[in-house]
Design a binder for this molecule. Structure first.
Ligand code: GAL
Length: 374
């Protein structure tokens, strides 16, 4: 009898002690099988009492940043303990598929469409063997948040459509603009005035680092690095979230922003981005706006304290609200490991705001009870 009790006790103890009750930024973050979570450049939704974390499934060594498996999904009730649900969008064996094994799938974001009852995944797709030249946005769809997601299509957004607020005078090229020296003041002005929007008008605008934001009125937007990563584009999605409405605008032209993450607090939209240094970290930026389509006001680096100038050695990925809590938002970022991508780790921090500016303070170990009213 005694033995029985100790076995039960041991079992309970090991269960309690294997539970996570904290976020440990930058450390190995084990799933419920004891394996480091593999969901990079990810995004999180809440559905039916469960959080779903989708991300890039990376593998070991060189080539580990390409899509050899696809997009992974983990579930959690409390945000600390995550169960591996497997690959929900599979890289395909068919060499003719746009998402064939070895293509690049980055920054998958899933949103639920209330009208159609479908889960829609958007991601950045680069075609196999073409580096980062294709610069496409892609969609996949599922009836369940656990997938499987079915690949729909990939393309360049806003082909043959000017931004809503684009001046007529910028719709045609100016003399000798193509011979301007890159990064000269004249070239930067030409970029601001739409040099690359005009270049890509017929084939569609580029879409690399991206996020999807669903507003309170259920309108959704793809926010994507375009124009050789020099300018972010904000493109409104159709009611089913599967296409573009032709309403789009440019944000911070020539500002060189990547890795956009958006949230709304107190009626104000906020965006956190990074600069463009590939897998190496750089200083984050932040912006605010009264409308998702702008104009956006630049607020500078939201990070404070040691290593703030390198976003704590990470790059923004997503911001999501804690369910049932007013104004509690979590900032998600990736600490990339290009030499062994599977080892990349996650930085999660609570977002504070002061004077309508987001603030990120480093914390090695924290949990939801640390959210201060702000
Ligand atoms: C980063 C970007 C990542 C990935 C990487 C490739 O700047 O945020 O998602 O595209 O470049 O070098």
């Amino acid at each position: 009898m005694k033995l029985k009790y100790s076995i039960v006790l041991c079992f309970l103890c090991s269960f309690v002690f294997s539970q996570n009750n904290y976020f440990f930024s930058g450390k190995k973050w084990k799933d419920t099988d004891g394996v480091h979570i593999n969901a990079h450049g990810g995004g999180i939704i809440f559905a039916g009492g469960t959080y779903y974390w989708y991300g890039e499934f990376k593998t070991e060594g060189k080539g580990g940043n390409t899509a050899l498996k696809g997009v992974s999904c983990y579930t959690s009730k409390d945000l600390y303990n995550w169960k591996n649900e497997g690959i929900v969008l599979k890289a395909e064996q068919n060499p003719n598929s746009e998402i064939t094994k070895g293509c690049i799938i980055e920054r998958p974001k899933v949103v639920f469409n209330k009208k159609t009852g479908k889960y829609v995944m958007w991601f950045h797709l680069e075609l196999k063997g073409q580096g980062y030249d294709a610069a496409r946005a892609a969609t996949a769809i599922s009836d369940s948040p656990k997938g499987p997601f079915k690949f729909k299509k990939s393309y360049r957004p806003n082909k043959g459509v000017w931004p809503v607020d684009f001046k007529d005078e910028f719709k045609s090229a100016t003399a000798n603009e193509s011979s301007l020296k890159s990064w000269s003041p004249e070239w930067l002005t030409a970029i601001q005035n739409g040099l690359l929007v005009r270049r890509d008008f017929d084939k569609g605008q580029m879409s690399r680092d991206m996020t999807v934001y669903v507003d309170d009125n259920e309108k959704a937007y793809l926010i994507h690095s375009s124009e050789d990563n020099l300018t972010l584009h904000i493109s409104e999605l159709t009611d089913d979230y599967l296409d573009f409405t032709k309403k789009w605008t440019r944000m911070a032209p020539a500002g060189h922003n990547e890795a956009p993450a958006v949230f709304k607090k107190g009626g104000m939209y906020y965006m956190i981005t990074s600069g463009c240094t590939g897998w190496d970290p750089n200083e984050a930026r932040s912006f605010s706006s009264k409308s998702i389509l702008g104009p956006w006001k630049a607020l500078g680096n939201p990070c404070t304290g040691p290593h703030a100038e390198l976003t704590f050695h990470s790059q923004s990925t997503y911001v999501f609200p804690v369910q049932g809590k007013k104004d509690q938002f979590i900032f998600m970022a990736d600490r990339w490991k290009p030499d062994n991508p599977i080892d990349g780790s996650y930085i999660w921090l609570p977002i504070k705001t002061a004077d309508e500016k987001p603030i990120l303070v480093w914390s090695d170990k924290w949990n939801l009870s640390d959210f201060k009213e702000n």
